[in-house]
Design a protein around this ligand. Structure first.
Ligand SMILES: [Zn+2]
Length: 418
């Protein structure tokens, strides 16, 4: 028999269930259960209700009672749908140089840029990569993130990309959180293939993708569509091959120049991420499709440039997720809640829109239907804050951290005990 547990009473539970995937939301749309409890069996939620109505049921069923003292607000555990936290080295020098006014090319000439990370990641052992992922994931967990996407993309050869994906798989096995692996071998054109992107992509098609499939290392394939990386034209055979093998497609789109979101819609991608450069045309296109638009405010903060037009995307009827893009180059902060709160302030997003963007809409950006909301049958992934008013959470712009995290019905972090 599976372990049963009743948690509560919570001053407020925000289930974020049964809400629309697309379009704008107002705070009046948020369901609130007060003086509430959550009954869990195994790793799933059985029931959400008033604590006092669940208590006799729980006792009768022999459930453990995890009684809370003081005021608490419970949200679904957050989902970070876009990270690059598998890497070697640091780019602190790049960050300092960039903020001193050096250009991308000048930094690259001094040995910085993505090639620095590729070199460090290629040199790192799988064990070193695993411990880096674990260290970063644990910090994300304490900040409320119970599901985390992690991309490869700093190996840029068949062997080194496989090493990264193996490291992600191993870290996932050692962590309470769920890591969702994505193959981003098409991150940038490797030096060994300069001027010959097609030959590199062909090798990925012939050797890497079938290996990933065989070893079950990832179910998702991503590519960076940009003038400096892969084009809407040369990516075609690669995405066709990935689709034929059954991979979900996701795209780094419209970060500096447009064309990526068109590719995303063409391939019926699960998500198009970045979109800082998207114009009304791309916004309309995405809004009329099933592609989730994922804003990455951490990259805007890291590079000091414009945010994704999140307000426009929602007003056009699009589905907006918000992710951290945590990576060593452009988004070193890696704090989803802070970034989502700041995006909300700059883009005038309601609490409901921001919270949807890091919960059920973010889960949809990973093609996951069993999380990002609190509902019967959903995973018991909970982010609990020490407050009686959920609005305190975004109001404090990420500085207010959860006091408890539950993952799959297990208490994975508890500030009360530290
Ligand atoms: Zn990225």
């Amino acid at each position: 028999m599976q372990h049963k547990i009743l948690i509560g009473p919570f001053s407020q539970i925000l289930p974020l269930r049964g809400m629309p995937l697309k379009g704008s939301l107002s705070d009046e749309d948020l369901e609130l259960i007060t003086d509430a409890g959550i009954l869990i069996e195994g790793k799933r939620i059985v029931s959400l209700d008033k604590f006092n109505s669940l208590l006799p049921l729980a006792k009768e069923a022999g459930a453990e009672i995890h009684e809370l003292k003081g005021k608490h607000c419970c949200l679904p555990g957050f989902v970070d749908a876009h990270t690059h936290i598998c890497f070697g080295g640091s780019r602190a020098r790049d960050y300092a140089l960039r903020n001193s006014g050096k250009t991308y090319l000048e930094i690259a000439r001094e040995g910085g840029g993505i090639w620095d990370t590729v070199t460090q990641t290629r040199m790192a052992s799988q064990k070193e990569l695993v411990s880096g992922i674990i260290k970063r994931s644990k910090r994300h967990l304490k900040n409320g993130t119970t599901t985390l996407e992690v991309k490869s993309g700093y190996g840029l050869s068949v062997d080194k990309e496989l090493k990264m994906l193996q490291a992600i798989k191993q870290a996932n096995a050692e962590l309470e959180q769920d890591l969702i692996a994505t193959c981003l071998a098409a991150h940038t054109i490797p030096r060994e293939y300069e001027g010959n992107a097609e030959a590199y992509l062909q090798q990925l098609i012939d050797v890497l993708l079938p290996q990933i499939k065989k070893l079950k290392l990832a179910g998702r394939v991503d590519a960076f569509i940009e003038e400096s990386a892969f084009t809407a034209e040369n990516i075609q055979p690669y995405f066709q091959a990935a689709k034929a093998l059954g991979f979900d497609i996701t795209v780094h789109a419209d970060q500096f120049t447009t064309s990526g979101s068109e590719v995303a819609v063409q391939f019926n991608a699960i998500s198009a991420d970045h979109l800082e450069a998207s114009t009304d045309k791309e916004i309309e296109l995405l809004a009329s499709s099933n592609v989730i638009a994922t804003a990455l405010p951490g990259a805007s903060l890291g590079l000091g440039c414009d945010f994704t037009p999140a307000r426009k995307i929602l007003d056009a009827g699009g589905a907006l997720a918000i992710a951290s893009d945590h990576n060593p180059g452009s988004a070193p902060m890696g704090d989803l809640l802070t970034q989502a709160a700041v995006l909300g302030s700059f883009e005038k997003l309601s609490n409901a829109e921001v919270l949807a963007g890091i919960t059920f809409r973010a889960a949809a950006a990973l093609n996951l239907k069993d999380r990002g909301m609190l509902a019967k049958g959903a995973l018991a992934d909970l982010a609990v804050f020490h407050t009686s008013d959920y609005r305190e959470i975004l109001y404090q712009q990420g500085n207010f951290k959860p006091c408890m995290i539950w993952k799959n019905g297990v208490l994975a972090f508890d500030k009360h005990k530290k």
